[in-house]
Design a protein around this ligand. Structure first.
Ligand code: GUN
Length: 275
């Protein structure tokens, strides 16, 4: 029988701890979010982040831009936010409609980069001096360790892009887990996903992975969120996956709430770095 990893419950505990911590802070942290364009999912995620900040007593300021906003305009807003001392965290919601995400992220002060996407923060993680680490990667690690399964010696397969995979590969390696990153368009996708004792899927394509593609007793982390006729589903066909997997994260209620909770953790870490 497959067991469900309850992200919502684990996230709730973390959010409560953060709320207590923020209550003790003499000056409260504040998150500034830059949201470009009108992608429905991005607006939804930012709304969830706003609510989480407000519930935790963290300040929140939103900067909306049209899809065709120029890159210098966005970069100049980031520079202004870097200089504002009461803004302790900056997040640019991705993907950007047309602007170059790497250049935009590079403009963020690494001490305020609560997504952990700045190359300096990735470098710190690689060099074993983690500062601000990708909230999604941290959240996934929490979910994997919540299974209490022995991780050392396991093989992880990550079906995703590089920005997502890189920090996660490092965190997995720290736990003795080797990982392979596979493109969702790989012609041998099925043979490759079948190798994963831990299978992590972050693509944004409903039903990309079914039970036949999952190794027996694998731990499956479904990072996808896709809206299909008002329902939110992941990238994994949960019904057939349940036949093969030993553990699985539901969608919704798995990785999503953990990403938000770990963002709050990063906001307090960034506050500490700027004290
Ligand atoms: N879009 C999808 N996931 C993320 C995330 O973790 N951070 C940001 N900024 N945008 C995202």
């Amino acid at each position: 029988m497959v067991q469900i990893i309850n992200g919502r419950e684990i996230a709730r505990d973390i959010r409560e701890k953060i709320r207590e911590r923020v209550e003790q802070m003499p000056i409260k942290p504040k998150l500034a979010v830059i949201l470009v364009g009108d992608d429905e999912a991005s607006h939804l995620y930012v709304g969830l982040k706003q609510r989480a900040c407000e519930e935790a007593g963290i300040g929140f300021e939103l900067f909306l831009y049209p899809a065709d906003a120029s890159e210098p305009e966005i970069v100049s807003k980031i520079q202004e936010l870097n200089a504002r001392t009461e803004v302790t965290g900056i997040l640019v919601q991705l993907p950007l409609p047309s602007q170059n995400a790497d250049r935009v992220v590079l403009a963020i002060d690494p001490k305020k980069d609560v997504d952990g996407f700045h190359p300096a923060n990735l470098e710190n993680l690689k060099n074993d001096h983690p500062t601000l680490v990708s909230a999604t990667a941290l959240g996934i690690m929490k979910l994997i360790t919540a299974t209490n399964e022995e991780l050392r010696g396991k093989q992880a397969v990550l079906v995703s892009g590089e920005r997502f995979a890189e920090p996660l590969e490092i965190l997995l390696a720290e736990q003795g887990v080797a990982s392979e990153v596979v493109s969702p368009d790989d012609p041998h996708l099925k043979e490759k996903t079948q190798q994963g004792d831990i299978l992590i899927v972050a693509v944004g394509r409903p039903h990309l992975i079914n039970g036949e593609m999952i190794k027996n007793k694998a731990i499956v982390l479904d990072v996808g969120t896709n809206k299909i006729a008002e329902r939110t589903i992941g990238d994994v066909d949960q019904e057939s996956a349940a036949e093969a997997a030993s553990w699985i994260t539901p969608v919704p209620g798995g990785v999503g709430p953990m990403t938000v909770a770990m963002l709050l953790v990063n906001i307090t870490k960034a506050w500490d770095l700027q004290k």
